[in-house]
Design a protein around this ligand. Structure first.
Ligand code: UD1
Length: 417
């Protein structure tokens, strides 16, 4: 299943069920380490990153079992295993294990984590914040060694709203003595999901959904059952695909309340979107409009994870669009592949591209080099005339359960080979 073959040019029609959120599931799975009881995490997506997190939890001694509707995690026995190898290096979210293991065991040994190739992705804020909570760090042969004689609450003012750093502070904070406050916290819905999960385990957290969180430390945490919310990025990917190909689609279970900026961008592109009890409906003529400037921003702004999908759609829009990436550098790698399909995307600097639209994309052999850019190439294939072959698909499977099945349900001619 290394490549995806697409026969493009078919308008999408029908309904598709949106999977559970990757970015919510991963820190919640790490958080199961904070209780000695059994946790049941429902609606966990069956994606490569979750499989990697499961393998890490098992290495630590947890008993993890897939059930029909989710994952059961028994974390009564947790060892002091050093965490290295592909599952750590290839997945940025393994970094959540740092806060969780410090909370559970007072120490953690973790290889410097990686993730997609979308910029430098430093971890300075994670280390700096945890240091303020009483953690000392050293690094030996690429392994980060973290130790604490006891986590203590404190006031942390984040200079930028890092999602991962906010999550690590929360994970450490619930096990710390006294209160931890985070000012300038990231407000992404996945952080609210982590907080709600921890609340259902018995933690006390105030300010959920705002940029000022107060974590009241020291409560004993219990096992719980919790459902991972739907994935707003997967929903946004399919929404963008429908704008690109035209058609009418129901995104079943899509979290509309978390997608205001995406729905606004969709309306700029000329699509009609409305929400029903079942999810989001989208209708598009397949002739998107250009957008003067689309800028990615921290939540509630337009998500960086949907920038490549939007860029792909804009290649078909009449006129000139500017896309600005304010979160990560190197997130325009997809532009080169789109140009090979006939698009006209010019990179002005590390953060800005200009798209001269109204190009009919042609099928080609293109390579996914990161998760969201890979999904964007699938959208390009659906929009293109002729056959497209997307290689490098393991990146896509890190975050999409079965992108081919989902698009086939909407009438597309797409198979993984
Ligand atoms: C998370 C998401 C990712 C999303 C990103 C931004 C997960 C698993 N991943 O990634 O899908 O694209 O949020 O919404 O949830 N930074 C530093 N120092 C640090 C940490 C971050 O300078 O220690 C910078 C980064 O380089 C980047 C910005 O802060 O420019 C935001 O990064 P961050 O929010 O931390 O992203 P992730 O948590 O890695």
């Amino acid at each position: 299943m290394d490549s995806i073959h697409i026969q493009g040019g078919i308008a999408l029609q029908g309904k598709v069920c949106i999977q559970g959120s990757k970015n919510a599931a991963l820190p919640i799975l790490a958080a199961t380490l904070l209780t000695v009881e059994q946790s049941y995490i429902k609606n966990c997506p069956r994606i490569a990153d979750v499989y990697a997190m499961v393998s890490l939890l098992r290495r630590l001694g947890c008993l993890v079992t897939w059930r029909e509707d989710g994952l059961s995690v028994d974390s009564s026995q947790v060892g002091r295993e050093a965490m290295g190898g592909e599952a750590v290096k290839g997945m940025r979210s393994s970094l959540c294990l740092l806060g969780a293991l410090l909370g559970r065991c007072g120490e953690a040994v973790l290889e410097h984590p990686g993730g997609c190739v979308i910029g430098e992705r430093p971890i300075n804020l994670h280390l700096w914040a945890l240091e303020q909570m009483g953690v000392t760090f050293s690094e030996e042969e690429g392994m980060i060694q973290a130790r604490t004689a006891g986590l203590h609450g404190t006031r942390i003012v984040l200079p930028m709203p890092s999602v991962g750093a906010t999550e690590n502070i929360i994970l450490a904070g619930v096990m710390a003595e006294d209160d931890t406050s985070i000012e300038g916290a990231a407000k992404e819905p996945e952080i609210a999901a982590l907080c709600r999960y921890l609340q259902s385990c018995g933690a006390e957290i105030d300010g959920i959904g705002t940029d000022r969180l107060v974590i009241h430390g020291g409560n004993k945490l219990y096992g719980t059952e919790f459902a991972v919310p739907s994935d707003r990025i997967v929903a946004g990917t399919y929404l963008m695909a429908c704008i690109g190909t035209g058609g009418c689609v129901l995104l079943e279970g899509a979290p509309a309340d978390e997608m205001a900026a995406v729905l606004e961008a969709a309306s700029w592109m000329g699509a009609s979107c409305w929400t029903t009890e079942e999810g989001i409906c989208i209708q598009s003529s397949g002739c998107p409009k250009a957008v003067e400037r689309l800028t990615t921003l921290p939540y509630p702004g337009f998500p960086t994870d949907l920038q490549s999908a939007a860029l792909t759609v804009l290649t078909a829009a009449e006129g000139r669009s500017i896309v600005e990436e304010s979160i990560f550098e190197n997130r325009f790698r997809v532009a080169q592949e789109l140009n090979r399909m006939g698009a006209c995307v010019e990179q002005l600097d590390a953060h800005t591209v200009v798209v001269q639209g109204a190009k009919q994309l042609r099928g080609a052999e293109v390579e996914a080099r990161e998760l969201r850019g890979g999904a964007a190439l699938v959208i390009a294939g659906l929009m293109a005339r002729g056959e497209t072959r997307v290689t490098g698909c393991p990146y896509i499977y890190r975050g999409y359960e079965n992108i081919c099945r989902d698009f086939r349900e909407l009438g597309a001619r797409i198979v993984s080979v």
